[in-house]
Design a protein around this ligand. Sequence first.
Ligand SMILES: *Cc1c(COP(=O)(O)O)cnc(C)c1O
Length: 855
Amino acid sequence: MRRFTVRAQLPRQLASLQTLATNLRWSWHPPTQDLFAQLDPEAWERVGHDPVRLLGEIRSARLAELAADAETVVTVRELADDLEAYLRDPRWYQNEREDDPSLPAAIGYFSMEFGVSEVLPNYSGGLGVLAGDHLKAASDLGVPVIGVGLLYRSGYFRQSLSLDGWQLEHYPVLDPQGLPLQLLADRSGAPVLVEVSMPAGRSLKARIWQAAVGRVPLLLLDTDIEDNDPDLRGVTDRLYGGDQDHRIKQELLIGIGGVRAVRAFCAATGHPEPDVFHTNEGHAGHLGLERVRELQDRSAGSAGGALSFDEAVSAVRAGTVFTTHTPVPAGIDRFPVELVQHYFASPDDGAQTGSRLLPGVPTDRVIALGAEENPSMFNMAHMGLRLAQRANGVSKLHGCVSREMFGGLWEGFDTDEVPIGSVTNGVHGPTWEAREITELLGDGGAAALAEDVVSDATLWALRATLRSRLVDEVRRRVRAAWLERGASAPELGWTDHVFDPDVLTVGFARRVPTYKRLTLMLRNPDRLRDLLLDPHRPVQLIVAGKSHPADDGGKALIQQIVRFADDSAVRHRIVFLPDYDMSMARVLYWGCDVWLNNPLRPLEACGTSGMKSALNGGLNLSIRDGWWDELYDGANGWAIPTADGIADPVRRDDLEANALYELLATQVAPAFYERTDGVPSRWVELVRHTLATLRPQVQATRMVREYVQGWYAPAARAAAAIAADDYAGARELAAYRARLNAAWSRVSVAGVDASGLPDTPVVGAPMTVRAAVDLAGLDPADVSVEAVVGRVDESDELDAPVSVAMKHIGRTDGMARFEAVVPLPHAGLTGYTVRVLPAHPLLAAPAELGKVALA
Ligand SMILES: *Cc1c(COP(=O)(O)O)cnc(C)c1O
C-alpha cells in the first residue's frame, strides 16, 4: 500500500497553528506544548505529543469549536507572535557581530544524523542528539547555522524484544508529508533537485526537505524520488544500514550533494552563504572536495586565473572546522581505496582535468587526503583533518586522546603540540530539563539555589515528583513491552506494582557498543540482587539501549540483562525498557536519582546523557571518562575508580564492577536513605551543588559560544584573509607549501651551542643559545627557529620543555645564524636543543603542516 498524509484545513482564526506545529521550536517551548495538549488532550496523547499528527487527527467539529473560543484564538495569536519575535529579534550573536563584523555570515553544519525531536526520528544516538542540541542552542543564541544531513526513509530502527529477550528491529516507513518538513522549491514552485554523478554515466538525485529548528534551517536530502533509478532511490533508506558501498553513496551525497543543497537553499531564500563549514565527524568530509571544485570553477575567469587544486585546498581549509567524536580506532569511518577510486574515477579520455565525479579534483589527490597506515584503506577522519585548518575533540580528555591517536599525521611533534583542541559537548537545557526545574530556577546559578531561597524540603519534593512521574512511565512501558513480547493482559497485573516511587532510582541507558559495558553490573549477579532487594536501602534500576542491528554481540548483552530482569524475584526492581529514544530519554533524565555510566576509560569521547541528568538534579555515578573526567568535583556525584592500568580485561571488569557495588552500598544508598524530618540532607546538598555548578557548565549554549569564539570566528577571519584580492593568500600559501615541500628534506640544524652561564647556574639565569641552520634555499622569514629547553627525564627526553623563538642574526659559511636568550626554566638536569618550523602568517598553528627539523 502506498501511503501519504493529508494535512488538515485549519479555520482562519487558527491558521497560525500550522507554523507553530511545523517550526520545531515548540519542542522546547512548554507554553506551545500546553496549547497543543489543550486543543484535544486525548488525541495529543494518542499521537505521542506530535503536533503535525495532532492537527491531522482533530475532528473538524472540534476545530470549529476551538475557532469560536475567544480564549483559544487569543492564545494561538500570542504564541504565534511570540514565535515570530523569537525568529526576528536580535539575539546574542547579532550583538556580538555588531562589535565584531568578522564573525561568520553563516555556518554550514554537516552531520550524518540529527536528533532534534522524537517527531523527526533521524538519529541513532549521542552524535545525532548532540547535533540537534547544537542547532537548537545556535537558534537560541541567534547563530546563523544551516544544518545539513540526510532524511532517512526509516530513520534508524525501532527496537522491541522477543519472548526470550532478543532484540528485534522494525523499520517503520516515514512519510515526509507527515513530518514537520517543507520541500525546497525554486521560484516556479518546482522542487529543487541536487545531483551527484555516479559511475557508468548515472546520476544520483535528491530533493531537499527543510526543517525549521527555531531560527535554524535544517536541510535533509532525500533520494526516494522517481527521477532516480530504482536502486538509487534507496540510498537514503536507513541510517547506518547496508554495506560499505551503500555507505559511501550516502557520504558522497551528504558531502557533495549537501554543499549543492546549501547553494540552492541560499539562492532560493536569500540566506547568506556560509563562510565557515563545520564537519561534525568525518562522514560528510567530501564537502571540502566539492568546495575545492567550486573554487576552481569560479576562479576560472578571474584576473589571477583559475586556482590550482593546492591553492583551492588552502582556501577551503581556512574556512573548515572538523570535530572528531570517537577515540575508538574501530569506530572510524574507512573505505577500501578501490571503492573510492570507483566513485571518483578518472575521465576515460585520460585528460588530467581531474575525476569524473568532481572535475578539477584529481582522484589521486583525493586518495592522498584520506591516506592512513594501511595503504589499501581510505580514512574519512584523516581526510577531515587534512581538509580543516581547525580540529577538535569533544571533551578535554578526548582532546588528549585524539592528539595521541592522530599524532601520526604530525610526525616529529610532541603529542601536546598536535593541532587538535577540544570543545566539551553540552546539552540543550530547554529540551532536557523538566519544566518544574526551569520554573524553580530560571537561568539562575548558585544564587537561585541559596538555602534561604529554595529549602531542602522544596528541592526534595521536586525530586520526588519527577521520580514518581518516572515510575508511572516505567509501569506503562513495562506493560506495553510485555504485551509486545506476547504476554496477555490478565498475566500482567504485576506490572502495576513494578518500581516504587520512594526507592533510590538508578538509570543506565545508552547505545550498546562494547566499550560502554552494558552488563558490567551483572559481573556478580548475587551482589546486584542483594542491592536491589536490600530490605532497608533498596535500589531500583532502569536499563535501556539499542544494539546496532549487525552486532549480535551487543544483542547478546541485552538478552543477558533482560533474562536477569525477567526473574520474578527481582522484576519489581530492575527493568529493561525497549526502544530507547528521545521521548523515553527525557523522562529518565528527569526522574532518575542517579545516572550510571561505566565505559572503558578513555573510550567515551564525552557522553552527554549524564549531563542531561545533572540538569535535573540527578547525581552522576560514573567512571572518570569524557566530560565527567573534567567536571567531577567530589561534591556533585561519585567517581567509580577506574582500573585502566590493568591490561587483563577480565580482571579490570572485576575490579571496576566491585568498586561500583561498593559505592552503591556504602555511599550512594546511605546518602539517599538517611533522613532528618523526612529529608535526606546530605543527598539534597549534592543535588543543590549539582544544580548550582554543573547545570550552567553543561549547557549547549556554552558549547556553541565556544565554537563561535574559538573556532568559527577565527575560521571566518582566516577564510576572508586567504580569499582577499582574488585569493592572493591562497595562491601565496600554496606556493609557500610547494617551496617547503621541495626544500624541507634538506633543512637541517648544523650546529648548536650555548654560552653566558656561570659554573653553577640557578633557575632563571640567562643562557644564550646559538644555532647554525642550513635553510636549503628557504628564506629566514619562511621559518621559525626555536630554542627548546627542559628537564632531562630518565628516557633522555626533554620534560616540560619551554620554547623560545630565536632571532635571525646573519649568515656565515652558507649557514643562517639564529640566537636567543633563554632564562633557565627548571632546576635539576637540564637539556636544550633547537628546532626549525614552518612560519607563515596564514598558518593557524606551528605544527599545522606536520613539518619540523630537529637538531
Ligand atoms: C543523550 C542521548 C544519547 C547519548 O548519550 P551518551 O551518554 O552519549 O551515551 C543517546 N540517545 C539518546 C536518546 C539521548 O538522548
